[in-house]
Design a protein around this ligand. Structure first.
Ligand code: XMP
Length: 496
């Protein structure tokens, strides 16, 4: 009944995740017993096997820090100066669970109109007021909706409307102690101040409520340095060597050599340079989609492989360049080879639901990398805006003309002096709330998928795949339609 993977993937057909369907197995354990611990590289394991992509609309400090806090990992993009990229890494590594990463802080001379614009771009309606409008300066007051709702003159300065009697917690108190103060204060915000009365952090009531509903892992992803693990991308040109030094100084734990076709002399040279110059640093190479490409990079010392070419939601590589591979086939074939060297595969691109993650992991990936899936979250860079009643954020391919104009053409081995060819597009994605809710929720669905398969962890599912216990079939177009919602006018707004 059904086909083992070896047979399914040897038909000369390039399968996407949606083309294949897995058959259910036997369940003799609960979803809580499913352990999804995976890896992004030989030495970096992740309890939540998801990586945020190094794209300029996906991963900067807030995303990377939050991903590490929920047990996953983020790779900071390099469409910026090396100083900016290093600053994102430092900031992400310093983030603390339960504390707002980037609190909105204004000065007493700011106006109510400044709060209005913060509200429309970031969604905040409460701000903290400090002497010079920065974190680290003396806290003077708090302004919430209730202080500004009926202020007709929006040029009114905050000094006139702020509440100056503020309940605060000391920076020496534990998170539990601070949360207890917040609960008994019945306020929406709890500023954290040091002995000098300077603002050092913020805890929000909504975050505390969210953490009760979606408890975040007690095990964040930590590096060998004992701090939150943060990854970053660099290119494969000579100039990227100086950039890498900056990132290492900032404490980066793993780097990915970013290239849309990673089987090149540029990538191999960079890989051997990094392995020699920074023997302690894990290096992920890619992107690859065939076992031949994978072997080249593994033999050159790659500690992990990024797999996918043209499967991303904003990718046009397959159309523009005629190369690539269906992502299910690419993951299966490269993982088959890489597993013999114990090199983890990151299935990169084409993930739009939890079922895709189940398939990627089952077919041999040790983790998945996502762009569009996270681009609409609060932690992604950029501001929200409204269009046709929907709250949206920008998301663009790193090969789009827009991103290339900022410098990312090296990923596509573009030559500054020649015509730029787009291999990606730019657009918008819907608001998805916070990573702190979205990721645990999604992983719970992935655990249910593993339970349905009868597999309780990654090595277990791979053993079942190898010995033919996990079987599957391809789906016709009609079967795919049948597998989705059909014949219904839904009254429920789709969130994910
Ligand atoms: P998703 O499907 O998660 O894909 O949005 C994210 C991945 O897509 C790759 N990427 C691109 N591929 N042109 C491409 O062909 C592009 O402009 C582009 N930008 C990103 C990248 O691997 C990313 O992780």
């Amino acid at each position: 009944d059904g086909y083992p993977a070896a047979r399914l993937f040897s038909q000369g057909v390039s399968f996407t995740y949606d083309d294949v369907i897995l058959h259910p197995g036997f369940i003799d354990f609960s979803t809580d017993e499913v352990d999804l611990t995976g890896r992004v590289s030989k030495n970096i394991s992740v309890r939540v096997p998801v990586a945020s992509s190094p794209m300029d609309t996906v991963t900067e400090a807030n995303m990377a820090g939050t991903m590490a806090m929920v047990g996953a990992i983020g790779f900071v993009h390099y469409n910026n100066t090396s100083t900016e990229q290093a600053a994102h890494i430092r900031k992400a590594k310093q983030m603390r669970l339960g504390y707002v990463a980037d609190p909105a802080v204004l000065s007493p001379k700011s106006t109510v109109a400044d709060i209005d614009s913060l509200k429309s771009s970031k969604g905040f309606s409460s701000v903290l007021v400090t002497e010079d409008g920065q974190l680290g300066s003396r806290l003077l007051g708090v302004v919430t909706n209730r202080d500004t709702d009926f202020v007709a003159d929006r040029t009114t300065e905050l000094a006139e409307v702020m509440t100056t009697e503020v309940v605060t917690a000391s920076s020496t108190s534990s998170r539990q102690e601070a949360e207890a103060v917040l609960k008994s204060s019945k306020k929406s915000l709890l500023p954290i101040v040091n002995e000098q009365g300077e603002l050092v952090g913020l805890i929000c009531r909504t975050d505390v409520k969210r953490s009760l509903a979606y408890p975040v892992s007690a095990e964040p992803t930590l590096g060998k340095d004992g701090k939150l693990a943060v990854g970053a991308a660099v290119g494969t040109r000579d100039g990227d060597k100086a950039r890498l030094e900056h990132l290492v100084q900032a404490g980066v734990n793993v780097v990915v050599l970013d290239s849309s076709q990673g089987d090149s002399t540029y990538a191999l040279n960079m890989l051997s340079f990094v392995k020699k110059a920074y023997p302690e640093l894990d290096v992920i190479a890619g992107n690859v989609v065939t076992s031949r490409q994978a072997r080249h990079l593994i033999e050159a010392g790659a500690d992990g492989l990024r797999v996918g070419m043209g499967s991303g939601s904003i990718c046009t590589t397959q159309e523009v360049c005629a190369v690539g591979r269906g992502q299910a086939t690419a993951v299966y074939q490269t993982a088959k080879l890489a597993s013999t060297f114990d090199v983890p595969i990151i299935a990169d691109g084409g993930i739009s639901n939890s079922g895709h993650i189940v398939k990627a992991l089952t077919l041999g990936a040790s983790s998945v990398m996502v762009g569009s899936f996270l681009a609409g979250t609060e932690e992604a860079p950029g501001d929200y805006f409204f269009q046709d009643g929907q709250r949206l954020k920008k998301y663009r391919g790193m090969g789009s003309l827009e991103a290339q104009a900022k410098g990312s053409d090296t990923r596509y081995l573009g030559d500054q002096s020649k015509l730029k060819i787009a291999q990606g597009v730019a657009g918008y994605v819907a608001d998805k709330g916070s990573v702190r809710r979205l990721v645990p929720y999604t992983m719970h669905a992935v655990k249910q998928g593993f339970q349905d398969l009868g597999a309780s962890d990654l090595p277990g599912v791979w053993a079942m795949l190898r010995n033919g216990e996990i079987r599957g079939e391809t789906r016709t177009g009609a079967a795919q339609v049948e597998g989705g919602v059909h014949g219904l006018v839904s009254y429920e707004k789709k969130r994910f």
